[in-house]
Ligand binder design. Structure first.
Ligand code: ADP
Ligand code: ZN
Length: 214
């Protein structure tokens, strides 16, 4: 089984893909620095507040900090399950160290899986994304009966700070920079796969499973 770095523009549907993979009972370990960072922002500390501000602007959090979090996490992972990185590497500094992180922790080198989608489609999805503040479920605003209330748990529906239009633009600029670096690194090492982000999600998840098993 292959270890995977899942990569795609904001809105490419990486989160949905991972959720479906879990629903199918596929066994894997997930490393998601975005989530780890969000947990830190819940701490009532100067540190937490700083990170929260950076994330709300859609900017990358400090390389060293994120890399330390990821290193700590990977050391705790069970051997024998494929690893999926969602949201790392995202910068040149991170790309340069990612193979070392896997090797040091005793895992096989990862393959890049790029989920491809056009900017137009991605912006459409992101601007429509709403999330339940209680159960964290994602919805598209046009499919909701009550735009303020979660159809699953009744919780309050919110829009993520970084899904607001100006921040979406900022995230895309950052993504384009990351794309060039990351794409080149894995392509030139022949560790590269692509999934069409616009095909039905059940098909996308099957393709991902095929890649991991190949
Ligand atoms: P999204 O994929 O929608 O951008 P994430 O949960 O992956 O959401 O990331 C949210 C935020 O967390 C990012 O905008 C960034 O500020 C921070 N972050 C996540 N991953 C990294 C990383 N590898 N390096 C630096 N910052 C990161
Ligand atoms: Zn809910």
């Amino acid at each position: 089984m292959k270890n995977i770095i899942l990569f795609g523009a904001p809105g490419a549907g990486k989160g949905t893909l991972i959720e479906l993979l879990g629903d199918k009972g596929f066994q894997f370990s997930l490393v998601n620095p975005g989530q780890m960072l969000r947990d830190i922002t819940k701490e009532d500390s100067e540190f937490g507040r700083k990170i929260k501000e950076t994330m709300a602007r859609g900017e990358l959090v400090d390389d060293f900090l994120v890399t330390e979090l990821v290193k700590k996490k990977i050391r705790e992972l069970e051997k024998g399950k494929p690893i999926i990185f969602d949201g790392y590497p995202r910068s040149l500094g991170q790309v340069e160290i990612v193979d070392e992180i896997f090797t040091e922790a005793g895992f096989d080198l990862p393959y890049l899986v790029f989920v491809k989608i056009s900017k137009e489609e991605a912006v459409k999805r992101l601007s429509a994304r709403r999330v339940c503040s209680e159960c964290k479920e994602n919805f598209q605003d046009f499919e909701m009966e009550d735009p303020e209330k979660c159809p699953k748990c009744g919780g309050k529906i919110i829009q993520r700070e970084d899904d607001k239009p100006i921040v979406i633009e900022e995230r895309f600029e950052i993504f384009n920079l990351q794309f060039k670096i990351i794409d080149h690194y894995f392509k030139s090492r022949d560790r590269y796969f692509e999934i069409d982000g616009t095909i039905p999600k059940e098909e996308r998840v099957e393709e991902l499973i095929e890649i991991i098993k190949s």
